[in-house]
Design a protein around this ligand. Structure first.
Ligand SMILES: Cc1cc2nc3c(=O)[nH]c(=O)nc-3n(C[C@H](O)[C@H](O)[C@H](O)COP(=O)(O)OP(=O)(O)OC[C@H]3O[C@@H](n4cnc5c(N)ncnc54)[C@H](O)[C@@H]3O)c2cc1C
Length: 457
């Protein structure tokens, strides 16, 4: 049977673009369909604009310590300038993503694609039906907004990137990484910021010390926390939004942002027509090769419900192309994936938490807390925390958890050593670079505490 294309990718985000570019590089006749903007969530309304906004908000921290280094600063912030410059950078990246596919011979259709069978897709605007030997679903996810009265008055991270003006106050609903990153941004830019969360502490799944340290850092930044509470309803009140909470309190805010999770983009995608099975949460189950239950249909990235991280989507997309078009079957090892939270202070972690490691055998735990050197001349109290979890008696490094400046950069480099199964002794062999924060990781003398036979000693 002949097909229009060897490979048809739905979604021009992190996973789809990498898959299409690599497939085209290997000579596959490749098409990619994108309904919005090339680059997807990460480039257009995720990682990239988020990090730019975090940078903008961190000037506040520098201004705060500047007088202790002898500086007098009279700084003013202009939101429209930030948004316009962010837009320019994103437009540049968007073009680069399109060029990356087209430059290798791939074809991009600016349209919405719907599957009509295991080897066919309809372009909704154009009306054309395209056939392909293999179809890759890389449609990502979207913000989930709880179904409460007045929900349309709130915003999600999508709209937060393009507000016409900063609100005087904002209520952020959620306790995950998007909630705390945007709290960092808004509070740093002078917006009175409150996080309301149904749980009892932010960043579920991270080490307790990181959760507590980040909360303390955000409190120092002026963020208020309301825990074990949900939002019942939103109502317009003049220029503000009146929020009714589950504890009967009603209070006005300049804006309300939902950071209440993300769901796979599978609705109306025609997956049933192709016979592709779905998980109960709407994501697409795949095997380790990213293949769905239908042989000709693959799926990568956020739509699969695996970890929602750009580098994973990219690697999964690349390996699908590698497997199908370069005779080089590859799958992604998900056992050692680092993750970062670009809040202030920054959080990053890789490997096992202490609690997880303690269930695998005897372990040693090394912990240090100190004031980052940049804060030592000022009254800023935020502290850095590092926790190294190793197999007992100088064994394999199992987990690394950092809160503090450049945490993500440090964990990224340690990930290389951990991927090579580095031991505590390997870390110790490295000569410290002084004065740095990272030198703490190679100068731990004796464990802060240990776990033996499942008990903390
Ligand atoms: C606010 C925010 C901050 C984030 N920060 C980070 C971070 O710091 N680090 C990190 O690693 N990850 C971060 N992420 C997650 C990251 O953006 C995603 O993991 C990544 O974008 C997933 O890539 P993807 O290819 O699966 O999907 P996406 O990048 O979402 O791309 C999917 C594309 O498919 C298109 N599409 C959907 N349906 C169709 C259709 N039927 N037809 C045609 N096109 C369609 C969409 O328009 C979209 O462009 C962040 C996400 C958000 C929301």
């Amino acid at each position: 049977m002949s097909f229009d294309y060897d490979f048809l990718v739905i979604g021009g985000g992190s996973g789809g673009v990498r898959a299409a570019r690599m497939a085209a590089t290997y000579g596959a006749r490749t098409a990619l369909v994108e309904e919005y903007r090339m680059g997807g969530t990460c480039v257009i309304r995720g990682c990239v604009p988020k990090k730019l906004f975090v940078y903008a908000s961190r000037f506040t921290d520098l201004f705060e310590v500047a007088p202790s280094f002898g500086w007098t600063v009279n700084a003013e912030f202009d939101w429209p300038t930030l948004v316009a410059n962010k837009d320019r950078e994103i437009a540049r990246l968007e073009s680069a993503y399109a060029a990356g596919v087209e430059g290798k011979g791939g074809t991009i259709f600016r349209d919405r694609a719907v599957l009509t069978g295991p080897n066919s897709v309809r372009l909704l605007k154009d009306g054309r039906e395209l056939t392909a030997k293999y179809i890759l679903v890389a449609t990502g996810g979207q913000a989930h907004v709880p179904d409460i009265p007045g929900k349309e008055l709130g915003i999600t991270s999508n709209e937060a990137f393009d507000l016409k003006a900063l609100p005087h106050s904002i209520l952020i609903y959620g306790g995950g990484y998007i909630a705390v990153e945007f709290a960092t941004v808004f509070a740093g830019l002078g917006v009175a910021t409150t996080i309301v969360y149904r749980g009892d502490k932010i960043l579920r799944g991270f080490e307790e010390e990181l959760r507590e340290g980040l909360e303390a850092g955000l409190v120092e930044r002026g963020v208020k926390f309301i825990y074990e509470t949900t939002i019942r309803a939103l109502e317009k009140q003049g220029d503000d939004i009146s929020v009714s909470f589950s504890d009967e309190v009603v209070a006005p805010y300049g804006a309300v942002m939902f950071a209440t999770g993300r769901r796979a983009n599978t609705a109306g995608l025609g997956l049933e027509a192709a016979g592709v099975a779905l998980n109960p949460d709407g994501s697409i189950p795949v095997d380790k090769m990213s293949r769905t239950n239908v042989d000709s249909v693959y799926a990568v990235g956020d739509v699969t419900g695996r970890a929602q991280l750009t580098p994973l989507a990219i690697r999964e997309g690349w390996y699908v192309a590698e497997t199908l078009f370069n005779d080089n079957p590859q799958w992604v090892d998900l056992s050692l994936v680092g993750t970062a939270v670009f809040a202030e202070p920054e959080v990053a972690a890789i490997g096992l938490t202490e609690a997880e490691a303690a269930t695998h055998g005897d372990i040693d735990v090394y912990v240090t807390r100190f004031r980052p050197m940049i804060n030592t001349l000022s009254s800023k109290t935020t502290r850095t925390m590092m926790k190294l979890v190793t197999a007992a008696n100088g064994g394999k490094v199992l987990g690394l958890h950092i809160l503090g400046p450049d945490a993500a950069e440090l964990v990224q480099m340690a990930a290389i050593a951990m991927g090579m199964a580095a031991t505590k002794a390997d870390f110790d062999r490295a000569i410290a670079m002084h004065p740095t924060a990272a030198e703490e990781l190679v100068t731990f003398k004796s464990p802060s505490w240990t776990w033996r036979d499942g008990k903390k000693v």
